[in-house]
Design a protein around this ligand. Structure first.
Ligand SMILES: O=C[C@H](O)[C@@H](O)CC(=O)C(=O)O
Ligand SMILES: [Zn+2]
Length: 280
């Protein structure tokens, strides 16, 4: 078995308020997603969202149904979003091949039985970042690149938050049940993401940081707007954002991250903004 998983239970703002640094990290930080020759998943009890990574080495990797799904195959009652953050690789969905270059995405709908991951060059493997949510219906598989993504420029260099939001798996681009995913790239010299910050109690979210230089870090902010906490993060680490929490970050350099969310609606713009001056 090359598919591994860990479980995270959901927590309330009341308990999170009392956590120390390590306890906070144990609840929300996800490390070790990208291990060569393995699939590493985290099953969260926030909207039963799964986040993880698949890094096929010399052998291809098959996505197996992990025990908590109690399913014959992974996508029996789920949908899947994949973004490649490594070298070129191929995903074979019930015999149909989709090759993903760097930063390209694939949506796979409910009901697809066999998902296989392969790297083109096993020395420089593909790194597939995976998000999955429960699904009520099977929608067609679709590859998404920059050409068919919805791209929005936000922020300014003056406020250190100039960034490009690449909406990849969103309702204007591909039909999904509840999954939404995209990638935000910080402009050189800009370090703040998702600032001004927001919450959306209707949806949970997971951030996966990459293109963080080896000797740099991203300080991720979470918590209710008037009760924030921070989690220091390295390259290729993810962090769970409960639906009641802000999710924003500031880096010691520019970086890129993937956001993914699920819950009550598919409305990306449905956010409750937290004014910067009100943050505590
Ligand atoms: O709910 C949406 C997500 O938090 C992100 O898309 C926000 C983001 O990438 C940014 O502002 O930099
Ligand atoms: Zn958000």
């Amino acid at each position: 078995m090359s598919t591994h998983y860990q479980t995270r239970y959901a927590s309330s703002p009341k308990e999170v308020k009392k956590l120390d640094t390590q306890e906070l990290r144990n609840e929300f930080l996800i490390q070790g997603l990208m291990k060569k020759g393995e699939i590493n998943l985290t099953y969260t009890h926030f909207d039963r969202y799964i986040a993880g990574g698949a890094v096929p080495g010399s052998e291809s990797l098959k996505l197996e149904a992990i025990e908590p799904l109690k399913a014959d195959y992974f996508l029996e009652r789920r949908e899947l979003g994949i973004i490649n953050v490594g070298s070129e690789g191929t995903i074979i969905v019930d015999g149909e091949s989709f090759t993903l270059g760097y930063k390209e995405a694939l949506y796979v709908g409910r009901g697809k039985k066999e998902i296989i991951f392969k790297s083109e060059d096993t020395q420089n493997p593909a790194k597939f970042y995976l998000n999955s949510a429960p699904a009520h219906k099977g929608y067609p598989t679709k590859k998404i690149t920059r050409e068919n993504a919805e791209i929005v420029e936000l922020g300014a260099l003056e406020t250190s938050n100039a960034r490009t939001i690449n909406k990849l798996i969103v309702q204007s681009v591909v039909q999904t049940c509840q999954l939404q995913m995209g990638m935000t790239e910080l402009k050189t010299g800009s370090v703040w993401n998702t600032m001004p910050a927001h919450v959306h109690d209707r949806r949970m979210e997971v951030y996966f940081y990459f293109e963080v230089p080896e000797d740099q870090a991203v300080c991720h902010f979470m918590g209710q707007p008037d009760e924030t906490r921070h989690v220091w993060m390295k390259n290729n680490e993810a962090v769970i954002s409960p639906p009641w929490s802000i999710h924003a970050g500031s880096g010691t350099s520019s970086y890129t991250f993937i956001w993914g969310m699920a819950g009550e609606n598919l409305d990306y713009g449905d956010m409750d903004m937290a004014a910067i001056k009100d943050l505590k």
